[in-house]
Design a protein around this ligand. Sequence first.
Ligand code: IVH
Length: 702
Amino acid sequence: MPSVVERLEGVGHRVEELRSTIDRLNHEYYVLDRPTASDAEYDALLSELRSLEAAYPDLVTPDSPTQRVGSTPSARFGEIVHPLPLLSLSNVFSREELDAWAQRLVRILPDTPFRFVTEPKIDGLAVALTYLDGVLDHGATRGDGFVGEDITANLRTIPSIPLRLRTPSGVPLPSRVEVRGEVYMRRRDFAALNDRVEREGGRPFMNPRNAAAGALRQLDPRITATRPLRLFVYGIGYLHGAPPPLSHLESLELLRNLGFDPSPEATSHDSVEAVWTRCQEWLARRDDLPFEIDGVVIKVDDLRQQEELGAVSREPRWATAYKFPPVQQTTRVRDIIVNVGRTGTLNPLALLDPVNIGGVTVSRATLHNEDEVARKDIRIGDWVVVQRAGDVIPQIVQSIPERRDGSERAFEMPSHCPSCGTPTHREPGEAMRYCTNAACPAQLAQRVQHFVGRGAMDIVGLGEKLSDRFVELGLIHDVADIFALDWDAIGTLDRLGEKSVANLRAAIEASRTRPLPRLIFALGIRHIGERAAELLADRFGSLDALSAASLDEIKAVPGIGPKLADSVFEFLAEPRNQAVIAKLRAAGVSLADTRDGTSGERPLLGLTLVLTGRFSAVNRGDAEERLRRLGANAAGSVSKKTTAVIAGDDAGGKAARAVELGVPVLGEMELLAMLGGERPPVPTPNGPKKARRAASSGEAEA
Ligand code: IVH
C-alpha cells in the first residue's frame, strides 16, 4: 500500500502530466491549427485536472490551464511602463515611397547588402507579454508606446497565449523575455460572435478589430474568455538568459519554438523589387484571408543592422508598413449639415445613404470646410465616391456629376452660427469659418466634452447628453463651472439617479489633482495635443509659469514649433481664458506639476545615472531617453553626485571611475527594472543619510 507521501507524489505527477498534455492539445489546436484530440477527450482531461486541483488545492499553480479565467473583475486597469517603448511604423503607399525608404537605408549603411522580411500587417491590437523563468508574468496594451494598460487577466484567457513557454529539446528557457504581437479575431469567429450578440439582443460589433478591442477592454476577464481572441507574435522586445537571435526570421523561429503563433508566411527577400511583388500578392489575397490585414510590414532582417539603423521620432528606420489603397464605395449625399467645433469652427458634414465599406457601415463623412465642398463640387443629392482608409474618418473623394438628375441642390455655408445665431466670420486667407461667440453653447458643449475626456481631466459620467443639458440649463458657462456645479439643482433633474449624481460628484472631485500635462491638454488650446502639453508641463512646471512666459520662451521649448507657440501664447493672453484659469484655481484645481517620485509618473526623480558599455536588450541612447522621461538625470560623466553607474558589456573607464569614487555599479538587470519604473537598490540623496555615507565610502558595493 502506498504511503501518504507516495500517494501525494503520484497525484503531483498526474497533475503535471495532465497540464502538459492539455498545453500540448491547446497548442496543436490554436497555434498549429492541427488538432489531434476530440473536444470530448480534451474536456475529460481538463475536468480530471479540475477535480484533482479541487481535492489538492496546494497543487494549484498560476500557470495551470485551469487558471486562465480569473473570477474577480477589477475596478480599472493598472498601468505598466514598457521598459522598451513600443514604437509605431512609418507608412509607404506606393512603389516610389518604398524605394525612397530603402534608399535611405542604403544612405545610412552604404556598404552592406540588405535582406528584407515581409509579413502581413494584422489589423488588431498590439500587446507586450513578459515571461519570467518561462511563466507569463504580465501583459500590457501598447498605450502611448511608453505606458500601457495592465490587461494580464484578459490576456491569460486567450488560448493561443501560452501561460508557460514550451521548451522543445535544445531550446534554452529565457530567464526574462518580452514578446510582442497583435491580438486579433478571425473573420469566421467574428461573424459567429456577432450572430450570438444579435440573437441575445445586443448591438453587433463594427468589425473584427473593434470586437477584439472591446474584448480586451473588459474589466471582467470572464467576459473576455467568451470572445474568440487569438495572438500573432511578430517580435521580441528583450531577451535574457538565452542566446539572442541574429535575424528577424530567427526570432520568429524562436517564438515558434517557445509555443507562439508567429506572423504567418513571413518571407525574406533580397531586393526591393521582390518586396514589392510580395506586397502586391498580399493585396490580391487580402479578402480571402481568414483574418483582416491592412497592409504588409517590411523589416530589415539582420538584427545588427536594425540596431545600427535605430529609430527616429518613435518610428524605427529599419521597418515600414506598406498600406493598402483605401477601400472605396459610391453612395448618395442625403444632406449636408454644419457642426460647431470647440474652437468655434463651422464643420460641414455630409449625411450619406448608409453604405458598407470594407466591413464598416459609413453614414457620414467630413467635408472639412466650404472651399473643399466647392472644389469637389458636392451637392445635396449627389452620388459620390466615399473612401475609408484604416481608422481615418471617411472622406468623400469626388462627386459623380454624370449621375445628376437636376434635383440636386448646392450647399451654402450658413452666414449665422447654427447653434447660437451669431454672424459667422472668415478671415481672409483662412479656410475655416468661425462662430465668434465665445459663449456659443455648441462650442461650450464641445469644450466641456474635450475637457472631461480621456487623456484630459478624465471625468467619467459627464457624457455628451448631460453636459449639453448642463449648458442649456445655464449650469455651465465655462469649463471651470464643472467644479462649482449647483448639486441641489442637479439633484432635482429628472432621469438622473442619486447614484449617478454621487458618482459624477466623486469623479469631479478626484479630477482636481490631475497632472499638469492633462490640465494643459484639457484647456483645448488649438494645436496642443497630449504630447505638446507634456513638453510644456515639463518645461514650465505650472500654469502660472506658462502664463508668465514670453512668446520666445515658449518657442524655445524643444518640440514646440512656432505655430504651437503662437497658439499657446495667444490663448493665455486672452483675458477670458485667464478668467477661466483663475476660476479653476479658486475651485481648488491644482495648476502646478504634482508629478513627483510618489505619483508613479516620474518614479526616478532625484537619481543621477551614468550608462556605459553595451547592453543586450536595450540601446543605450533609448534607455537614457526613457530614464529621463521617468525623472532621472542621465549624465555623461561620473562624479561624486552620481547615484549609480550602470555598466553593460565592455564598460571601460567610467565603471572604474565609479569604483574609485565609491559610486555603486549596477548591471543590465537593474537597468531593466529601472526602465520599468523601479527605483534601484542603492542609497540616493533623498534616502537615509547614513546609507549615503556608506555608499560613498564604497561599503555598499560589498
Ligand atoms: S512590427 C517597430 N509587425 O502595426 C515595429 N507590427 O503601426 C513594431 N502590426 O503597433 C511593429 N502586424 O501593432 C509589426 N507583422 C507586424 C504587425 C505589426 C500588425 C501593428 C503593430 C503596431 C502597428 C504599427
